[in-house]
Structure formats: structure tokens, C-alpha cells
Ligand binder design. Structure first.
Ligand code: SAH
Length: 351
């Protein structure tokens, strides 16, 4: 186990790379396809279950390569709405969260892209313990497959909105997106995938060039650079004007409308003037706005506005002719906000 980090992880390799690696290791190409189907169609992560592969080959692969596993260590099921929150452990015992939600349009899973986060957003629990490491593509896939296997439900939508900044783990994220939507693999529709970013501008341009039909969600949360810097350290690197140029380029290249996420914090970013400013930014960018009443995190003092204030903010925004939704509050009773379950378990483990 100690040296497994240095070994190539077979579950993180797209089919063409897996074929090259297996051929290099002395096996016929068709074996790669069989292995890939076990891992990505059947969601199997143990060689014992891969019944059509020769035993000697499995033993050889097991000694030369890694095959990452994602195991469940905690599960909470909301009594209010059936939302389920999973705490998964990786082979090195790193912990990440994933959330399963049922919607009218289908079943959605929200996955983590990193173990912890280094972006430092003031209202977010995921960043309280810093960044431990990036997740591999196979580990992100393992979250999706794990939720499907444990719930027995088919997932139709994947949102990369759990712990971590996906564009801070760019190469693994892009490999994950290709594999999740690969017709030889899990074959999820690209259009049902959303990636949420705090706004790492150069990576938004890179992602546009990949020309994937995914939805990009931008965590805006403020309408002036000054206010944004107060709550999001990333705003010290990129201005809102630069962000708007980047999302415009994303929209032009991919034809996909961007979503602006806006976490409403009482007394911080919920004024009528801010609704108007956000409305103008969204109108110019042809963006949809998703309002998220902030989920209070104990370590931070922020509160969400009351229901009436949230609705007033929405009405004001809609005057600008844009599409606005309010994120349904799901799983309030189960450490619903990003990173809360992991943070609590880390605290408990420290005694
Ligand atoms: N790093 C990505 C994914 C983060 S989580 C990003 O920044 O977009 C997905 C969304 O939830 C982001 O918009 C994030 O800012 C927001 N969020 C995090 N903690 C929150 C909280 N306590 N209440 C409301 N929204 C929160």
C-alpha cells in the first residue's frame, strides 16, 4: 500500500491509455476493453469479481499497478427529503463527501473533486482544514459508482460541487469528465454534468477549449471586486471584469449558457442594489442565476436572509429579464453544507 501512490492507477485511465498500458505490459488489446467494462460499466473495483480475466493476469496487474477503491465510512439519510450524504474513504484513508439528491428530473449526485480545499472562501466549511490532496479521475468516478451501488438508484446527473475546486485539479477533472461520459464506459450525458468553479480564469479558457457540452457554474457571490475579496480570496487574483470575459468566451466556444451561483448572506450581499448589479451582469452574460441562501457554518458568523428577503432579491433580479432559481434546501438535518460532514468527522477523530 505504501508505494501505491507512485503506481499508475488503472481506474483513472481512459480506454485508449489503458489499452496502451496493457499492451506495453504484454497483454492483448481486447483485455483492456474487458477490464475497462468491469471498472466503468459494471462499477467493479476488485479483481476477484472480474471473472473473464485470467488469474495470472489479475495477479500481475495487482502487483504492478494501483486500482483505486472508494469505500463508504458514513452515511446519513435525511428524514426531511431523502437526501443522502456519504462519507467515502480513499485507499490512503483520505475522506471526501458526496451527496445524493432526488429531483423531479432525475437522481443527482454531488461529488468532491479534492480532499479539502485551498480556496479559503469565508462561508464554506470545505476549506476549514485546507487542501490535503487532489482526487484522481478514478476516485471521482468511484464516488459516482459508490453512490449508485449503495442506493441501488441510477444516477442521471452529476454536479462537481462538493469539496474542492475542480479547476484547481484540472487534468484529473477533464479525464474524469471524458470517462464519465464515455460511451464505452458509464455513458452519462455530457449535458447532465455541471462543474462549479470559484473562478480560476485561465482554467476557464482551457475548459472552453475542451469544448465539452457540460454546464459551467461560476460562484460569483458578489457584484464588486471589493466585496468579493472580502468573502473569496480568489478575487485577489481575478477581477469580476476578467471573469465576465472568461465566461463570455466559454459561452461563445461551447454554446452552453453559464450559471451564476450567488450565496445570499444576510447583510453582506443581499441588498437591492446588489440584486440590480447581479441582474445586469447576468443579463450581459446570458447567464442563469442560482440563489443559495447561505448554509450557516458554525465556525463562521454568516446567516442567510429570511425567506421574504430571498424572494424579494429574486423578484428584483427577475426585473432584468433573467432566469433565476432558488436552490432548494435539502438535507438541512444532515450536515448539508459543503464539507460539514467531513469537517465534523475530522474534528471527532482528533478527539
Ligand atoms: N469550488 C467550487 C465548488 C464549491 S461548492 C466553487 O467554488 O464553485 C458549490 C457552491 O456552494 C459554490 O458556489 C460555493 O461557493 C457554495 N457554498 C459553499 N459553502 C456554502 C455555504 N455554507 N452556503 C451556501 N453556499 C455555499
Amino acid at each position: 500500500m505504501a508505494d501505491s501512490a507512485a503506481k499508475t492507477d488503472l481506474r483513472s485511465l481512459p480506454l485508449d491509455r489503458l489499452q496502451a498500458v496493457l499492451v506495453e505490459a504484454g497483454y492483448p488489446k481486447f483485455r483492456a476493453k474487458q477490464l475497462y467494462q468491469w471498472m466503468h460499466v459494471k462499477g467493479v473495483d476488485r479483481y476477484e469479481e472480474m471473472t473473464n480475466l485470467p488469474k495470472a493476469m489479475k495477479e500481475d496487474l495487482a502487483s504492478r499497478f494501483a486500482l483505486c477503491k472508494v469505500r463508504m465510512v458514513d452515511r446519513q439519510i435525511s428524514k426531511l427529503d431523502g437526501t443522502q450524504k456519504f462519507l467515502f474513504a480513499m485507499d490512503d484513508d483520505a475522506l471526501v463527501e458526496a451527496v445524493f439528491m432526488k429531483y423531479q428530473f432525475g437522481n443527482s449526485v454531488c461529488i468532491s473533486s479534492q480532499v479539502g480545499c485551498r480556496m479559503g472562501c469565508r462561508f464554506c466549511a470545505s476549506t476549514l482544514d485546507g487542501l490535503q490532496r487532489n482526487l484522481l479521475a478514478g476516485e471521482m468516478l468511484g464516488e459516482v459508482y459508490g453512490v449508485e451501488k449503495i442506493t441501488g438508484e441510477k444516477i442521471s446527473h452529476v454536479v462537481v460541487m462538493g469539496t474542492g475546486e475542480p479547476l484547481d485539479n484540472y487534468d484529473n477533472l477533464v479525464a474524469f469528465l471524458h470517462m464519465l461520459t464515455d460511451e464505452n464506459g458509464r455513458n452519462l450525458s455530457m449535458r447532465n454534468v455541471t462543474v462549479s468553479t470559484c473562478g480560476i480564469v485561465p482554467r476557464i479558457y482551457d475548459l472552453a477549449k475542451e469544448n465539452l457540452s457540460i454546464t459551467l457554474a461560476l460562484s460569483l457571490h458578489a457584484t464588486t471586486d471589493e466585496k468579493r475579496r472580502e468573502i473569496m480570496p480568489i478575487a485577489n487574483h481575478y477581477t469580476i471584469a476578467q471573469l465576465m470575459e472568461a465566461v463570455e468566451a466559454y459561452f461563445q466556444t461551447t454554446g452552453r449558457r453559464v450559471t451564476f451561483e450567488y450565496s445570499l448572506i444576510a447583510g453582506v450581499n443581499d441588498s437591492k442594489e446588489e440584486a440590480d448589479a447581479l441582474g445586469e451582469l447576468a443579463r450581459k452574460a446570458s447567464a442563469h442565476v442560482n440563489l443559495i441562501p447561505v448554509n450557516p457554518v458554525k465556525e463562521r458568523g454568516y446567516q442567510h436572509p429570511d425567506r421574504q428577503a430571498v424572494e424579494a432579491f429574486q423578484v428584483q433580479l427577475e426585473k432584468h429579464g433573467i432566469n433565476v432559481s432558488i436552490r432548494r434546501v435539502l438535507g438541512r438535518d444532515i450536515d448539508g453544507a459543503c464539507g460539514q460532514l467531513r469537517h465534523r468527522v475530522l474534528r471527532e477523530n482528533q478527539g
